[in-house]
Design a protein around this ligand. Structure first.
Ligand code: NAP
Length: 254
């Protein structure tokens, strides 16, 4: 890891050689694809997730350096994991899911709404607090959020919970410097998480069809697309405090 100018020369050298990438939520979806791409760029990867069987399978598939099963929302589990993780590490992607609180806000307890807005922030802070002392200068903490801003009774606090993340990311970048902090905001990404919101396989396929027909890019965004952005943000040491939308232009259309 170096804090020198990003090397953009066209070469065949793997661009994460000698670096360690930790993926919190790395046994499926965006995290797994980022781990895979980081491996192909020469990185050592460490994967985490809750389900030990799925995690073990992913770790085997990627020849991960190690893996650890714990809930990213459990502060004690996060601390234990980083305490036991050999230093140094270079990059940490947080792709663990924080369940969203859908539904009208007035029908919920105020504390529940507050937690819904703050849960991703507190999860990231616990990870940052424990990971940062082991991270090399120039590495990045990468957050994931959603680009959804459409307001509706059903969406409730979801747009608000995502909207806090860009200024939160920027402020954390100031606190963690010279470690960098960046945010990836996704639209519909074709993973198990995204498809879980639909009633059945037919409804998922109908949504994919709609996206192909309406998105400016004319296709559905997949986890490998997000992985490409995540790995770029690991490599490009000039980027910090930044938010990147990756949604195929979804936020641009009505
Ligand atoms: N897919 C989308 O359309 C979309 C859109 C906007 C934002 N995002 C964000 O992108 C991130 C990744 O989403 P994805 O679609 O890749 O999800 P996914 O396919 O469900 O994969 C999530 C991964 O994280 C692990 N995980 C989930 N919750 C965890 C927790 N509490 N602690 C530890 N590990 C956990 C899962 O394994 P276990 O279940 O075994 O723990 C799995 O390995 C999330 O932050 C999500 O909110 C996704």
């Amino acid at each position: 890891m170096t804090t020198a100018t990003t090397n953009v020369s066209v070469g065949l050298e793997p661009r994460l050689l000698g670096q360690t990438v930790v993926v919190i939520g790395g046994s499926a979806g965006i995290g797994l694809e980022t781990g895979r791409l980081a491996r192909s760029e020469g990185a050592e990867v460490v994967l985490t997730g809750r389900n030990p069987e799925r995690l073990e399978q992913a770790a085997r598939e990627l020849s991960a350096r190690s893996s650890a099963a714990f809930d990213a929302d459990d502060a004690a589990g996060v601390k234990r994991f980083f305490d036991e993780l050999p230093a140094p590490i270079d990059h940490v992607l947080i792709a663990a899911y924080t369940r969203r609180s859908y539904g009208p806000m007035l029908q919920r307890l105020p504390a529940e709404v507050g937690q819904g807005i703050g849960r991703r922030v507190t999860q990231v802070l616990e990870i940052a607090r424990n990971a940062a002392p082991k991270m090399r200068p120039g590495g990045t903490l990468l957050l994931t959020g959603g680009s959804e801003r459409k307001l509706s009774r059903e969406a409730g606090i979801t747009p608000a919970a995502f909207a806090v993340l860009p200024p939160f990311t920027a402020a954390l970048a100031l606190e963690l410097a010279p470690v960098r902090v960046n945010l990836i905001q996704a639209g519909f990404v074709d993973t198990a998480l995204a498809t879980s919101y639909f009633a059945d396989a037919e409804a998922v396929e109908a949504r994919r069809e709609e996206l192909r027909a309406t998105l400016p890019i004319g296709r559905v965004v997949g986890p490998a697309d997000v992985a490409a952005l995540a790995v770029h943000l690991m490599i490009n040491t000039a980027v910090t405090g930044a938010t990147y939308d990756i949604d195929g232009g979804q936020r641009l259309i009505a």
